[in-house]
Ligand binder design. Structure first.
Ligand code: FES
Ligand SMILES: [Fe+2]
Length: 415
């Protein structure tokens, strides 16, 4: 049998839908977002293909939100850097000589070359030298050298001001975030609310031990959100994998008023549990467990979704993150990080255990990606794909519509 995963993934779903005017789509969003949960429906297919909706999302969501770009462990020494692209904005994030984490534009101030073109996407640099005409920038992004420029009076007047543009950064429990909006509210506005729900979990005590660079998948970014924010699909997509472990009906979503994030717990099934303590079934473990967790905390994995592109999944033995950014109306780029508790770093078998976790996570992500690709491929249909009713297990799909309405219908809304 040929599986959908065997087929080439081609970003070819714009088709006729992309020409749909914006206003009627926004009217549908307004109407869907105002429905109560018991009347909730999926968004029409056009929302996943429209260039106009996509452009508005980039402007109102992705260029105004805190986007996860990595861990502080990747930026320890001055000159450590990572490169990232957010909403078409090419960035490098670096540790400066004064110990600050800074997000710089990779666009050279001379004639727009990518100053990391041909360089490693992550590494350590003493300074940043543009490969085109060798203008040289300090770790802070200030121009500190340019050959054959002394005859240009404008350069002489401006050279002390020439620098790579910079953007806001912020960290929370070791996670580094960038916001392209200079007027954005602090990252803590949302993360304080997540932190209040984390109990004995503190991500500052966890270390990045593996990154799965999943790359680009030919599916609209909102399909990742929809998929990552409900466990209803455990009974289908993950019927053989996650459903026996964390059954759909045992995933508990906190009924929040806010649309800025969601918070859920996936409880282990009695059949998959490895024991019981104080009346709580205990999760099986692949990596060494974190100390100081209560039996309740060891009975479930938290799933905290911070819109638009960050899902934090702390569990007793591993803290996972799913991070994604759109790369077009019908594609996105995705990475999965595995963090182990710092006390687990002493385990002589940690590498082998992380490898086992890695392989398991890849198999789960392959199931999710297959579902996202399978949905996106259907959008070539000429039928009027209106969207069906949602289950109460898809509560966060419904709250996501309310988030979209808040961001897309009220230009200027920031968080
Ligand atoms: S474009 Fe960078 S030095 Fe010319
Ligand atoms: Fe899934």
């Amino acid at each position: 049998m040929t599986t959908t995963a065997d087929r080439p993934s081609k970003p070819s779903t714009k088709a006729q839908r992309s020409a749909q005017p914006l206003e009627p789509l926004l009217e549908i969003l307004r109407e869907r977002a105002s429905l109560p949960l018991e009347e909730a429906r999926a968004l029409p297919a056009s929302f996943y293909t429209s260039q106009e909706i996509y452009d508005l999302e980039i402007e109102q969501i992705w260029r105004k939100s805190w986007i996860h770009v990595g861990r502080v462990e990747e930026l320890v020494k001055p000159g450590d850097y990572i490169s990232r692209d957010i909403a078409g904005e090419p960035l490098l994030i670096t540790r400066t000589g004064t110990g600050e984490i800074k997000a710089l534009s990779r666009v050279c101030a001379h004639r727009f070359m990518d100053i990391l073109d041909g360089a490693e996407p992550a590494g350590n640099a003493e300074s940043f030298s543009c490969p085109y005409h060798k203008w040289n920038y300090s770790l802070e992004g200030k121009l500190q050298g340019a050959s054959y420029m002394n005859d240009n009076a404008a350069f002489q007047r401006e050279k002390s001001e020439i620098c790579l543009k910079s953007f806001q950064t912020s960290t929370w429990q070791g996670f580094v975030f960038v916001n392209l909006d200079p007027d954005a509210s602090p990252l803590s506005t949302v993360m304080d609310q997540i932190e209040a729900r984390m109990g004995n979990y503190d991500a500052a005590d966890w270390r990045l031990v593996d990154r799965i660079n999943w790359g680009v998948t030919a599916a609209n970014w909102k399909l990742v959100v929809d998929n990552g924010r409900e466990a209803y699909h455990h009974i289908g997509t993950h019927g053989e994998s996650l459903e026996p472990l964390w059954p759909a009906h045992m995933v508990d979503f906190e009924p929040l008023e806010t649309t800025d994030f969601f918070f859920a717990r996936m409880f282990v099934s009695p059949e998959a549990a490895v024991g019981q303590e104080d009346g709580h079934y205990l999760n099986p473990l692949l990596l060494p467990a974190a100390p100081n967790l209560t039996p309740f905390e060891r009975s479930n994995y938290i799933v905290a979704g911070i819109y638009p592109g960050f899902i934090l999944v702390p569990g007793p033995d591993a803290m996972l993150t799913i991070s994604f950014v759109p790369t077009g109306p019908d594609s996105h780029y995705l990475e999965l990080d595995i963090l182990a508790h710092k006390t687990a770093l002493d385990d002589p078998d940690l590498d082998a255990k992380v490898k086992e976790y890695h392989d398991w996570l890849v198999s789960i992500q392959a199931e999710d990606a297959q579902a996202q690709l399978g949905v996106q491929r259907m959008f070539t249909s000429q039928l009027n794909l209106e969207g069906g009713p949602l289950s109460h297990l898809e509560r966060a799909v419904w709250t996501f519509q309310r988030y979209l309405a808040k961001r897309l219908l009220a230009p200027g809304v920031r968080e």
